[in-house]
Design a protein around this ligand. Structure first.
Ligand SMILES: [Zn+2]
Length: 242
């Protein structure tokens, strides 16, 4: 899994506990960095992590966890906190993508480009599952490998012996044609650029992009879900009043 914004991640943890099923220690690490960012002292951060664990770990064993918390807090003091990142896509990069005649290849190349830039032009680890999730492509494994193979043979992307990927057509200049600051649905930014019908969520403070399916489609799926949930409770309340 790729965590694009650790501030958002930590805030979601504080709302609902661990975000992974296995309650990974790296999540506590993010939480520790979050508290350091807010200016808390070493001892306070420890205290916050302990209360988080007491609340969210069913079998919180102090003997076992104090050690983990100590190491986590220590390693978090100097670690970088990743939040509010932006990635710039240039005209020359978009030209490279346009040359690909298959849209699916364009999508995958775009995703790899954004990731390469997100990681500051360092060769990076990413699972095939994540590449295609971010491309919003639902394909069988054979087709997935064919797309990656095709991009490699066209010399647009490459992979090291150790499995790290990188992009060969990245342009480090900073005059952007597109700016990516939402990393959940960034493929829509590309699809909008090439002229597909992409809407922007009308819910206040959201601005997420989504695939337009009709005139009355005005919100992203998240806000739509929330809206329908509220509508349902409202209706139930009215019904009970009668
Ligand atoms: Zn929305």
């Amino acid at each position: 899994m790729i965590i694009f914004d650790e501030k958002k991640y930590a805030e979601n943890m504080l709302k609902g506990g661990y975000l992974t099923k296995h309650k990974n220690v790296y999540e506590l690490h993010i939480l520790a960095k979050y508290y350091f960012q807010l200016g808390y002292s070493h001892e306070d951060v420890k205290g916050h992590l302990i209360s988080f664990c007491t609340q969210h770990n069913e079998y919180f064993n102090k003997d076992e966890w104090y050690k983990i918390i100590n190491t986590t807090v220590k390693s978090a003091t100097k670690a970088k906190f990743i939040t509010g990142k932006q990635v710039y896509i240039t005209h020359s990069e978009l030209e490279y993508l346009k040359q690909l005649d298959k849209l699916n290849e364009q999508k995958v190349a775009f995703v790899l480009l954004v990731l390469y830039k997100f990681y500051n032009y360092k060769k990076f680890d990413v699972s095939i599952e994540d590449i295609f999730r971010l491309s919003k492509l639902n394909l069988n494994s054979k087709t997935k490998l064919e797309i990656l193979q095709s991009l490699t043979s066209k010399e647009l992307v490459d992979i090291t012996m150790g499995g790290k990927r990188w992009v060969k057509f990245a342009d480090k200049s900073t005059s952007p044609a597109l700016v990516i600051d939402n990393f959940e649905d960034f493929i829509f930014t590309y699809l909008k650029f090439i002229g597909e019908k992409i809407g922007e969520c009308t819910n206040s403070n959201c601005n997420r992009l989504f695939k337009h399916t009709g005139k009355n489609h005005k919100m992203c799926s998240e806000c739509n879900k929330e809206y329908r949930r509220k509508y349902k409770t409202e209706k139930q309340r009215e019904y009970r009043k009668k």
